[in-house]
Design a protein around this ligand. Structure first.
Ligand code: T4K
Length: 369
């Protein structure tokens, strides 16, 4: 047993002395939230880093989803995936929208474009896919379907910080994309998130929406919410941005090592890098075929825990099985065979910048029995 538990992730944290210098500036200025200087700097720095033009910071990765649906006036039904963190579907529910679940493609765990058209009804107004584990969805085919039926596309890109396809940010796809900067993500501001939009007018509207709808001191133009990132988190974000490339490279090295050994373990499937894609190695899911491997996913999962290795079963159970959603017609397991199987096979192995060689060796030895 390892002396320290090996956790699925560990937050990227800046040098405390450097952070203190930023805190000193915040204390001196006495400006701690509401579009302060660090907030403005971070929006600009993230646009440059991510290669996007219009980004609005949020307090977490859930509120930009809720706000995107508001900003685009989405109603009725939205086609989405059951294989995600529950926030994706909750964002629809909070807007009074009916989620319609469509099965996933096991090759990237994203929504299966082949199954979308059959789920469209006269009430469908949008598609909300997820770039699960940071693996790009088939954005070209999703957009073609959206264009054919006049639907909006909002990507939950919570896992896709820095992901590029053929040199272009994945965040430019669809009408809007959202990011999460939660502590457990590749890039974090403790809690935080962002909404990426396509033009200045929309960014202005989103900025109103995240500040109660205020457009000036006395005018309220929409029923907005409060989702502004404060100066302390923005400062953390500025510092973490300086070291995120290094952290992603460390994750990449861990992925290389995992793959080297796991490729010869029968019954364990994992993802390879996709051609033309700049990955962020945010998660390292493995899929356990119990028959071939000789042990079920849960047997392996708990065996690892006994030795101090805490992977996570992201995303099990499926969102469609939770009490709020399980009564929906689209939640029937027969409608979601791939998602149901994958949710029962997955373990996300520990993946972060702080894993040591010994940690990785231990994890591999537990799988490679
Ligand atoms: N869309 C998608 C596709 C998402 O995955 C998420 C969030 C969202 C939307 C919503 O974004 P946010 O509103 O959360 O920004 C975690 C996160 O809370 C959640 O952000 C994330 N997805 C989800 C996949 O995972 P839990 O319940 O698994 O977190 P927790 O507290 O069990 O932490 C996991 C491990 O991380 C722990 O074993 C240890 C480590 N950890 C965690 C924290 C919080 C640390 O070492 N330090 C920490 O401070 O949900």
């Amino acid at each position: 047993m390892n002396s320290e538990p090996v956790l699925v992730t560990s937050p990227l944290l800046p040098d405390l002395a450097e952070f203190n210098q930023y805190l000193r500036q915040i204390w001196d200025s006495k400006w701690i939230t509401n579009n302060g200087q660090f907030h403005q700097q971070l929006e600009k720095a993230l646009c440059e880093y991510l290669g996007v033009e219009f980004l609005s910071l949020f307090t977490n990765g859930t509120l930009p989803l809720i706000t995107a649906l508001q900003a685009l006036h989405i109603t009725g039904e939205v086609i989405t995936t059951p294989y995600s963190f529950v926030a994706t579907t909750h964002a629809l529910w909070w807007n009074g929208i009916k989620p319609v679940f469509v099965d996933i493609d096991p090759t990237n765990c994203g929504i299966d474009p082949d199954k979308i058209e059959a789920a469209i009804t006269s009430r469908t107004t949008a598609i909300m896919p997820v770039h699960c584990y940071g693996k790009p969805c088939d954005t070209e085919r999703i957009q073609a379907i959206a264009d054919k039926y006049g639907l909006k596309v909002i990507y939950d890109a919570a896992h896709a910080f820095g992901v590029e396809v053929n040199g272009e940010s994945i965040l430019k796809q669809g009408d809007m994309s959202t990011l999460s900067f939660h502590a457990t993500k590749v890039y974090n501001t403790a809690e935080g998130g962002a909404l990426i939009v396509k033009d200045a007018e929309t960014k202005k509207r989103v900025d109103y929406l995240k500040n109660f709808g205020f457009a000036g001191e006395t005018e309220v133009v929409a029923p907005g919410i409060n989702s502004k990132m404060d100066e302390i988190r923005a400062a953390l974000g500025l510092l973490n941005l300086k070291q995120v490339d290094d952290a992603i490279e460390k994750r990449h090295q861990v992925a290389i090592k995992y793959r080297e050994v796991l490729k010869s373990v029968k019954g364990i499937r994992f993802f390879d890098d996709m051609p033309g894609v700049k990955h962020n190695y945010s998660y390292f899911p493995i899929f356990v075929n119990a028959e071939e491997y000789g042990m079920t996913r849960d047997e392996l999962y708990f065996k690892m825990q006994e030795k101090g290795v805490y992977g996570r079963r992201y995303f099990y159970p499926l969102i469609s099985t939770f009490s709020t959603y399980r009564g929906l017609e689209s939640s029937r397991p027969e409608n979601l065979p791939n998602a149901t199987r994958i949710a029962n096979e997955v373990i996300c192995l520990p993946m972060h910048h702080g894993l040591t060689e010994e940690d990785v060796d231990l994890i591999i030895s537990l799988i490679n029995k």
